[in-house]
Design a protein around this ligand. Structure first.
Ligand code: COA
Length: 320
């Protein structure tokens, strides 16, 4: 059995932080941030947790799908900024939206998380185990940021996006995915990982850290490569694709991918100017905008692609 996206939603913090505001926090400027990344502002949580934002997105997605929460059999939340390691964010969402019949767990694959989570939901549905799944990307990256590091603090934002995926022979999704743990050091967030009884090692103070140029080079090479693989695998002509919905990390990365694929930039929707890089949330937030504006309709073909920490990458061709 194949599957379709039948509902979308998003959950964004209300508080907007502009580049000008950040230039009062670190030595940066609106001009530098806009030119190097395309970001103008981002949403930063003022107390909303990852599960709060995820639940908001989930409720909207259910409403747009015309479904009740008890119909959902599977909740997957892609996040590297869970409220807690235990319980999972997916279980917290389940409790909040009262999806009492769902199996719930989180997926940790940084900015590729949503692509991986969607592929898991698709595989479950394809295998006949479940018919209705809620797939969410949700992050409060602001809590992982060193607000004195101008190299990272200007890039990220908080938010969540969700889709309802339903078994349906008229839809189809094809995935190409990969990981390279040997390059993991390029983008890290260790969190509170050490509190050792024997060595007294206690690391409660780690932040996101990144080799920006390494990640940039990886993204502009790997994303087009995995998309090209996708078109060979599906035998679909790239010109049939209406939109390429890339992880919203950097406008220059997106434009470089467009150039490499010889596709017009207009086919690569961008909203990172408003939200910054929201990691696993960026693709479903973008999809929510496209679906709400009726820019994606039944019969359309579009591609999603994520890339980031791990290192991880993935793309999917979605035939609606
Ligand atoms: N404001 C002003 N100057 C800044 C700055 C900021 N926020 N951040 C860095 N700089 C400075 C650097 O200190 C450096 O100064 P120097 O030349 O005096 O040493 C200069 O700008 C250039 O830094 P560099 O790191 O070479 O810039 P860049 O062109 O590579 O752009 C990124 C930096 C982070 C925007 C870019 O590398 C990038 O987008 N990488 C991908 C990151 C990403 O997408 N990560 C998430 C993937 S999921």
């Amino acid at each position: 059995m194949a599957a379709r996206i039948i509902g979308t939603g998003s959950g964004l913090p209300e508080h907007i932080v502009t580049n000008d505001y950040l230039s009062t926090v670190v030595d940066t400027s609106d001009e530098w941030i806009r030119e190097r990344t395309g970001i103008r502002e981002r949403r930063i949580s003022k107390g909303e947790t990852t599960s709060d934002l995820a639940s908001k997105a989930a409720k909207q997605a259910l409403e747009s799908a015309g479904m009740s929460s008890d119909q959902i059999e599977l909740i997957l939340v892609a996040t590297f900024t869970a409220d807690s390691h235990m319980p999972s964010t997916a279980c917290l969402v389940q409790q909040e939206i009262k999806a009492t019949n769902a199996v719930c767990f989180d997926i940790s694959a940084a900015c590729t998380g949503f692509v991986y989570a969607l592929s898991c939901a698709y595989a479950y549905i394809h295998a006949g185990m479940y018919k209705n799944a809620l797939v969410i990307g949700a992050e409060t990256i602001s809590k992982t940021i060193d607000w004195t590091d101008r190299g990272t603090c200007v890039l990220f934002g908080d938010g969540a996006g969700a889709v309802v995926v339903q078994a349906d022979e008229s839809g189809k999704m094809t995935f190409v995915q990969g990981s390279d743990g040997s390059k993991g050091r390029a983008l890290t967030y260790y969190g509170k990982s050490m509190n050792n009884l024997l060595t007294s090692l206690n690391d409660n103070n780690s932040y996101i850290s990144m080799d920006g140029q390494e990640v940039f080079k990886f993204a502009v090479k790997k994303v087009p490569e995995c998309m090209e693989e996708l078109f060979v695998k599906t035998n679909v002509d790239i010109d049939e694709v209406k939109y390429f919905c890339l992880h919203q990390a950097n406008k220059r990365i997106i434009h470089s991918v467009a150039k490499r694929l010889k596709q017009p930039e207009e086919k690569f929707p961008i909203n990172l100017d408003k939200y910054g890089n929201t990691s696993a949330a960026s693709i479903p937030i973008l999809l929510d905008e496209l679906y709400k504006d009726n820019r994606i309709q039944k019969g359309d073909k579009f591609v999603i692609s994520g890339f980031g920490g791990g290192l991880t990458w993935g793309a999917a061709l979605i035939e609606c």
